[in-house]
Structure formats: structure tokens, C-alpha cells
Design a protein around this ligand. Structure first.
Ligand SMILES: Nc1ncnc2c1ncn2[C@@H]1O[C@H](COP(=O)(O)OP(=O)(O)OP(=O)(O)O)[C@@H](O)[C@H]1O
Length: 246
């Protein structure tokens, strides 16, 4: 579903991505782990076409993203739903308006009754019921805001959901909520997901496959078990930060 092929990207003489190849199978969750500044966001920006590679390419559902411009790129971006760090909801809009927003933008002629049905259906996917529709983001807990953000990301039925550090800065209970939410979006909606994160515990819960980005390369890639057994010194050091605490 997502094929990243030998991707290279430098800013000036700072080489950020130095030959990244990743395959994300349809309906699975792939987590890219890496320390601060390792290039996770730069990688994600190539997937949605916000950055162009120096060489290599990205295919999403067979479409070569770096080749697209203007309207074609806008069109291709409909394949994606994004969940950003923080919940990034519109504070002055109710939950209903927040979730309805992307659908309203994409399907101008949609009937109000259908819009409402789709919003309620997606809120159900994230275990929220109709009582929240009239609430404002400030009235919700952190975990609920994340759920609303996911409902908004999937309301237009994207093929791919991208999560940008979904658990950064959250307390353990909210983190567990978010992990469950990522798993349930996969199970209930069958979406393909890519998560960038430095939360090792969370990555090991949600990933079907994962990679550790280090010094422009993938220091390890595979199932969580394979990555855990990697003998790469950086991967061992990076994972020990969490596994030794257990
Ligand atoms: N537009 C840009 N111009 C110049 N340098 C950039 C640009 N975007 C990113 N970089 C550099 O690329 C490197 C990787 O940045 P990136 O944001 O991808 O890191 P990250 O792994 O997402 O880090 P974090 O976990 O802290 O968000 C950093 O050194 C950053 O300064």
C-alpha cells in the first residue's frame, strides 16, 4: 500500500534520509521509531508530498507521490487521514463541526442528514456517543480529544492514516487509550497506518512491523520481535531505555 523506495533527502549538506526503503502492507500498522531529529517527520512529509526527495520515490496505492503537483496532489491527499501531535482540533468548533469539517470540505453537496450519519458512525468507531456532538474541545479529556481527532481523520474514509507522535506528552492512561484507538481503527476500518513516534512501549503495542531510524538509515526493520532481537548497537541502546525499565 505504501512503498518507500531508496529515499534520499538532504538540507544543504545535512543528509537527513540516506536511502530509506519501507513497505507497508494494506491493512497493517507500521511504526517508525527514532530519536529527536532523526528524520521521522521529514520521512512522513515525503509520504504526503509536502517534501520532494533528492532521489528515490514513494508510492501510495500505486500512485507516485513525488511526481504530483497542484490539483493532482490535492486529489491524492484525499487518500490520507492525519492525526497530529496534540489533538489539533478547532477550539471554537463543536465536536460535530470538527469531525464534519473534512467531509464538508471534500463533498460540498453532501446532504446534512448523510453528514450527520457519517459523523456519528465514525464517533462510534472510536467509542464516543452522540452526547459529545455539542461539546467543545475544552470540555473533553485529553483521551477524548484524541478520539475526536481520529474520528475527524477517518470521516472521509481514507485508505491510509498517518499518526504524528500520537502519544507524545500524554499520561500513561491516555497513552493506553490512544494505543487502543490505533488498534481499533485498524480492526474496524481496515485502514493502513503509519505512525511516527519515540514512544517505544506504544510502538510495541500497535505495530505489525516497525523500523528504527538512525543517522539517515533504518538501523533495524521487521516485526517487533525481530527489531527487539536486532544486534545493531544503536537499536540495542535505544530499546534498552525502555526494556530495562520493565
Ligand atoms: N525544511 C527544513 N530545512 C532544513 N532542515 C530541516 C527541514 N526540515 C527538517 N530539517 C532537519 O532535518 C532533521 C530531521 O528533522 P525531523 O523533524 O524529521 O526530526 P524528527 O525525527 O521528526 O524529530 P522529533 O522527534 O524531534 O520531531 C533535523 O535536523 C531538522 O533540523
Amino acid at each position: 500500500m505504501i512503498a518507500i523506495r531508496d529515499l534520499h533527502k538532504s538540507f544543504g549538506d545535512h543528509k537527513v534520509l540516506d536511502g530509506i526503503t519501507i513497505d507497508v502492507e494494506r491493512g497493517t500498522t507500521f511504526v517508525v521509531l527514532g530519536g529527536s531529529g532523526s528524520g521521522k517527520t521529514v520521512l512522513m512529509k515525503h509520504v504526503i508530498g509536502l517534501l520532494k526527495p533528492d532521489s528515490g520515490t514513494v508510492l501510495v496505492d500505486g500512485i507516485e507521490i513525488p511526481k504530483l503537483e497542484g490539483r493532482e496532489l490535492t486529489e491524492a491527499r484525499r487518500m490520507f487521514g492525519m492525526v497530529f501531535q496534540g489533538a489539533a482540533l478547532f477550539d471554537s468548533m463543536t465536536v460535530y463541526d470538527n469531525v464534519a469539517f473534512p467531509l464538508h470540505e471534500r463533498q460540498r453537496g453532501i446532504k446534512p442528514s448523510e453528514l450527520r450519519e457519517r459523523v456519528i458512525e465514525k464517533l462510534k468507531v472510536v467509542d464516543l456517543d452522540e452526547d459529545v456532538l455539542t461539546k467543545f474541545p475544552a470540555e473533553l479529556s485529553g483521551g477524548m480529544r484524541k478520539r475526536v481527532a481520529l474520528a475527524r481523520a477517518v470521516v472521509h474514509e481514507p485508505k491510509v492514516v498517518l499518526y504524528d507522535e500520537p502519544t507524545t506528552g500524554l499520561d500513561p492512561i491516555t497513552t493506553a487509550y490512544v494505543d487502543d484507538m490505533i488498534l481499533s481503527a485498524k480492526q474496524r476500518l481496515g485502514v493502513t497506518s503509519m505512525v511516527i513516534s519515540h514512544d517505544i512501549a506504544s510502538a510495541f503495542k500497535v505495530a505489525d512491523r516497525m523500523a528504527v531510524l538512525y543517522d539517515g538509515h533504518l538501523a533495524a526493520q521487521g516485526t517487533p520481535e525481530e527489531v527487539r532481537r536486532s544486534d545493531h548497537p544503536y537499536v540495542q541502546h535505544y530499546l534498552s531505555m525502555w526494556f530495562e525499565k520493565q
